[in-house]
Design a protein around this ligand. Structure first.
Ligand code: 13P
Length: 344
């Protein structure tokens, strides 16, 4: 595989493929395991990730890259094969979450800034040695009817994203730049138009900071939220409205030099996340590839089918392969709702 940043970025957004976000921190995977009453042990985490990475149908056909948590990058499968090698053998690119999580933003109650820049250069060097060829850093922006997000929150997060992205490129690692305007949380009562405004302001600031930091746009992947109403807004938006407003926000802010945009699912249902992506690709002529980098919307069905039991591994793998296939179709605008019904 070519080691040029541009080539790795293009591979990550190859046609009909997308990224599996399997980088839940130990705390976040606990929440997922709690939902299926599975104990959060290192072995269970390994077994769960191994079942996805050994699902040949999904990995070889639909998954261009996998984002891992530090522990998983170092873990071996039951038979002793490093999990990273399983991902590479399937033709997929291993990646690593490098941020240290979102922490309270001093002086701005209810807002967060992502930490993890200290020592990042050294950690990137090590991760490269362990096989990672791309990285991820997630910033979160909360909307509230009390003035949130503040300019300081948007700016501090955009600045950190740009410093992270520049460090990644220096180490020959493609940065996934992820500024997430949250759709969930107790205060998420905002309209889709408010999400649109905040998403545009956030992306404008992020690209301004990337420019100032000298980040090469051809060697990165953007991972944004879609433009949707808050989870507790009451009113739902149609698939067409989400597609139209998301594409409008991206066209207004994302330079065409960026090779691809891989969305997060952010709390949308599996099928909503697929339908929205498919509509954007089916209806619009776009300068970048639009694909998925889903965590929950790719894994929820597989997690439930597995339930922590070895005898359910095959069922979990087929649930994962189905979701990956639906999203692969969405990445080329060819998904149809009746394909879901046939599989059910
Ligand atoms: P979700 O698709 O579950 O939002 O996760 C994607 C991700 O990587 C968040 O950082």
């Amino acid at each position: 595989m070519s080691e040029r940043l541009e080539d790795i970025a293009i591979k990550m957004v190859a046609e009909g493929k997308g990224i599996l976000a399997a980088d839940e921190s130990t705390g976040t995977i606990k929440k997922r395991f709690d939902s299926i009453s599975v104990e959060n042990t290192e072995e269970n985490r390994r077994d769960y990730r191994e079942l996805m990475f050994s699902s040949d149908e999904a990995m070889k056909n639909y998954v261009s890259g996998v984002i891992l948590f530090d522990e998983t990058l170092r873990q071996k499968a039951k038979n002793g094969t490093p999990l990273v090698d399983m991902i590479k053998a399937a033709g997929s690119v291993p990646g690593i979450k490098v941020d240290a999580g979102a922490h309270d933003l001093a002086g701005f109650p209810g807002e967060k800034v992502t930490e993890g820049l200290d020592g990042l250069r050294g950690r990137l060097k090590e991760y490269y040695g362990l096989g990672a060829r791309f990285a991820k850093w997630r910033a979160v922006i909360t909307i509230g009817d009390d003035g949130r997000p503040s300019w300081n929150c948007i700016h501090a997060n955009a600045h950190a994203l740009a410093r992270y992205a520049a460090l990644c490129q220096e180490q020959n690692i493609v940065p996934i730049v992820e500024p997430e305007v949250l759709m969930d949380g107790p205060d998420a009562k905002h309209t889709i138009d408010r999400c649109y405004d905040v998403t545009v302001r956030t992306l404008q600031t992020v690209f301004q900071e990337l420019y100032v930091a000298g980040v090469k746009l051809e060697g990165m992947v953007l991972k944004p939220n879609m433009v949707v109403p808050g989870q507790h807004a009451g009113a739902k938006a149609s698939v067409e409205e989400v597609a139209a407003k998301t594409v409008k926000a991206l066209k207004a802010t994302v330079p065409a030099a960026v090779p691809g945009i891989a969305f997060l699912s952010g709390g949308q249902s599996d099928e909503e996340a697929t339908a929205h992506l498919s509509a954007m690709n089916a209806i619009y002529d776009l300068p970048w590839t639009l694909t998925f980098s889903y965590g929950r919307a790719l894994q929820a069905a597989a997690l439930k089918a597995w339930g922590g039991k070895a005898q359910n591994v095959k069922a979990a793998q087929s649930a994962f392969a189905h979701r990956a296939k639906m999203n692969s179709l969405a990445a080329t605008g060819k998904w149809k709702r009746d394909l879901e019904l046939k599989a059910a």
